[in-house]
Design a protein around this ligand. Structure first.
Ligand code: UN1
Length: 500
């Protein structure tokens, strides 16, 4: 399919794609695919006001009815899966399978949120006073700002939006400047859903802000945006937190990862190999959950690492929309430069680099295709502590499991982690309080490719937020503690006497 067919399939019109000054390029060949009109800070203010007005209405709609909106959204996404999946590929360069997988994540979280709309449960609590009842109620919070990154242009929006919408919160989406087209296409889907849903879906329930960071700042600074959920770099997350904290606004942050795998002597090496390759080179190493570090036990190092290099040698790299490709391009030339710089520094720090380097530059002079790199490191030097958003895998040897866990935890980020081992003592140790310090810790699967049913997010520089499944919905509601006195007395708690 041609690029223009993909854009048309996703229902983007010439009017959407032209007439503005935000130039959008496809990493597939570096060509320009749109010039989008952008919003001003004043537009953002007006949209926030609209979202707030929508909140005042939406909070009155019963939660299961709000769930119906998300059910329709999920159905429409099912119908649009192929079109949106191809657009994700075109816009951010991930292979079509992964583009489709990302849309499937949107569908999955919609299904989850529909059920949730009938399960926004609060507790009943035993009161210490006679004739008193206590309970917790969960109420809508207000407009929810969602800031997303280029590498997952649609799924993280849906993890937030599907929950926020059933929780009673309108959503304003600020996508990455590098991948705004999928956001526009999804907004079209939402508009169709809104038409089908009926008049009790207020105008402004979902909106998209196109432009750069000053629009994000307009949201973080505005008290009418009750929650800002942001996915992206650590500096971006710090800026969001700094702007939200003076007004004590709620943030949900999902930031950098520097995810590790420990391969123990008892590991199934065949499985470990496949997991390493998928999670290190999938999405060309541009997932926040990408595998960046492997600690291999010295007894199995020579059995695993040469095979890994072999597997890397055979990787089909190229057009992400073509059948059979497993590794697409990096998002842009800047990302390639960052990769080259990191490899250079790794060499200086004693690393032995296998692979890496630009390819396909003759056929694709404006695109950033690279060979994924494996770097054998004598230890976890400075560069290994950094997240370089590229397919660089640092491989280190270990002897003692606790040392490997200490190395794993010694980086600033705390998103995802895993161990390959068939020794239950080791795996349970890894998952225990003295094991992995990450928000996600897996056994015998890689660190990436999480399902929506679990809470997604991590600790330390990763930001501490949780999105998606489990009880992450509580981040989009306010908790109210209720004490109800149905007696004819007015006893005080803690037995305090205060007679007048
Ligand atoms: C991201 O890269 O921002 O677990 C999210 C995964 C995906 C989500 C990645 N479900 O790899």
């Amino acid at each position: 399919m041609s690029h223009s067919e993909i854009l048309a399939d996703a229902a983007l019109t010439d009017d959407d794609l032209t007439g503005g000054d935000l130039r959008v390029f496809t990493p597939v060949d570096g060509s320009e695919i749109a010039r989008l009109k952008t919003h001003t800070v004043a537009d953002a203010g007006a949209m926030i006001d609209r979202a707030h007005r929508a909140f005042l209405e939406w909070r009155k709609v019963p939660a299961p009815r709000r769930g119906e909106f998300v059910r329709l959204l999920g159905e429409e996404l099912r119908r649009q899966k192929d079109a949106l999946g191809a657009l994700v590929s075109l816009e951010c360069g991930k292979i079509l399978q992964e583009g489709l997988g990302e849309v499937q994540e949107m569908i999955d979280i919609c299904d989850f949120a529909v059920g949730l709309s009938r399960q926004l449960y609060g507790l009943t609590i035993a009161s210490e006073r006679p004739g008193h009842a206590m309970r917790e109620s969960w109420h809508p919070m207000g407009a929810c700002g969602v800031i997303t990154a280029f590498n997952f242009p649609v799924a993280p929006w849906s993890w937030n939006a599907a929950l926020a919408l059933v929780c009673g919160d309108p959503v304003i989406w600020k996508p990455s400047e590098k991948s705004p087209l999928t956001a526009l296409a999804v907004q079209r889907v939402c508009e169709r859903v809104q038409d089908a849903f009926g008049a009790d879906a207020p105008e402004g329930l979902t909106q998209v802000l196109v432009g750069d960071r000053d629009l994000g700042e307009a949201m973080t600074a505005n008290p009418k945006v009750a929650i800002v959920s942001a996915t992206g770099s650590v500096p971006m997350g710090r800026a969001v937190a700094a702007s939200m904290s003076p007004r004590l606004g709620r943030t949900i942050l999902e930031l950098g990862g520097n995810n590790a795998m420990i391969v123990a002597p008892s590991a199934d090496l065949e499985m470990a190999l496949r997991a390493i390759v998928f999670s290190a080179v999938g999405t060309a190493g541009q997932r926040c959950t990408s595998l960046r570090r492997v600690m291999v036990h010295e007894d199995v190092y020579d059995a695993l690492v040469p095979r890994l290099m072999n597997a890397y040698d055979g990787l089909p790299i190229g057009d992400p929309l073509a059948d059979g490709t497993l590794v697409g391009p990096l998002i842009d030339m800047e990302a390639m430069t960052a990769m080259e710089r990191a490899l250079e520094q790794a060499r200086v720090e004693g690393g032995v680099v296998h692979g890496g380097g630009r390819i396909l530059s003759d056929s694709h002079p404006d695109a950033a295709y690279v060979r994924p790199a494996i770097v054998e490191m004598p230890d976890q030097s400075e560069i290994v502590h950094h997240e370089t958003f590229a397919p660089i895998l640092y491989v280190m040897k270990y002897r003692d499991l606790d040392d490997a866990i200490a190395v794993q935890n010694a980086v600033p980020q705390g998103l995802s982690s895993c161990i390959f081992s068939t020794d239950m003592r080791e795996t349970e140790h890894f998952l225990s309080a003295v094991g992995s310090d990450c928000g996600i810790a897996n056994v015998n699967i890689g660190p990436s490719g999480a399902e929506i049913g679990g809470a997604f997010g991590g600790e330390k520089d990763t930001g501490g937020g949780r999105e998606s499944g489990s009880d992450a919905w509580k981040g989009y509601m306010r908790r109210q503690t209720n004490t109800i006195n149905y007696s004819r007395e007015l006893p005080l708690a803690q037995g305090i006497k205060f007679d007048i």
